[in-house]
Ligand binder design. Structure first.
Ligand SMILES: [Zn+2]
Length: 256
């Protein structure tokens, strides 16, 4: 399959990069990404993921747009307040590039429905705001052999990690955080605050790492960096990287 002249024009700055190239751009057009959470992470991430020409999206959020979201959730405008985030995000995507395919879900993600949402995707980008959801998404990704990019942000700190816990030698998100948070709602954003641009940095960095995952085996940029967690510090500013080990007793990804 090749790209149409209009698509070649649109993605010319990607195609000219040897590390992506025409083969990489065609591959992106065939990929399916599930964006879990359309808030501070999901909004800027979706802008760059859509701009990169990924062909198919599932957009998941059960919340509605509040005026306090507009400080960092960049796909929403004043007109969206009071409307569903998933519906508003679909409208943004349709205006931005009407050739991309999109499905939405505005149901709360739980361990019972997460498997159905992630099944068949090439990547899940999780920017949800509580551990119970994040762990349910991680377990569903391991069970369905779908890679997971997990991203979080608060105050002046962000983190982005790539997980492939379905692989025998790679950790999952649960290996990183453990089991303690399964039942706990840890949404602290409202109390702690967050610099708007910090969400933008973390979300756009997550989008860049997503492209790495999606191009694995296709072009030179495709190096997923499984098990590496990048910490973004907005105060310094600077970045650090940690390697996460697979927990042999992990209840999400251990084989026995
Ligand atoms: Zn694990």
């Amino acid at each position: 399959m090749s790209l149409s002249p209009a698509r070649l024009d649109r993605f010319a700055r990607h195609i000219v990069l040897p590390e992506i190239g025409g083969a990489g751009q065609v591959a992106l057009s065939r990929r399916h990404v599930v964006v879990m959470g359309l808030g501070g992470i999901g909004s800027p991430a979706l802008q760059y993921l859509a701009a990169s020409g990924i062909g198919r999206f599932t957009l998941v959020d059960d919340d509605t747009v509040d005026v306090s979201n507009l400080q960092r959730q960049t796909i929403f405008t004043q007109r969206d307040t009071g409307h569903g985030k998933a519906t508003s995000a679909r409208r943004w995507l349709a205006n931005f590039d009407d050739t991309l395919s999109v499905e939405i879900s505005d149901a709360r993600v739980t361990k019972d429905n997460a498997g159905g949402i992630v099944a068949g995707a090439d990547l899940v980008l999780d920017g949800t705001d509580n551990f119970a959801t994040r762990l349910a998404v991680s377990d569903a990704c391991v069970a369905a052999s779908v890679p997971l990019l997990s991203a979080a942000v608060g105050r002046f700190q962000g983190q982005v990690g790539a997980f492939a816990g379905h692989l025998a030698d790679q950790p999952c998100y649960r290996c990183f955080v453990g089991d303690a948070f399964d039942a706990e709602d840890c949404d602290t954003c409202a109390e702690d605050g967050m610099l708007g641009a910090m969400a933008g940095w973390t979300g756009s960095f997550a989008a860049m790492q997503a492209v790495r995952v999606l191009l694995e085996g296709v072009s030179a940029f495709g190096r997923p960096q499984w098990g590496r967690l990048h910490l973004l510090d907005g105060m310094a500013p600077g970045m650090r990287t940690l390697n996460i080990a697979k927990d042999p007793a992990c209840k999400g990804c251990a084989s026995t």
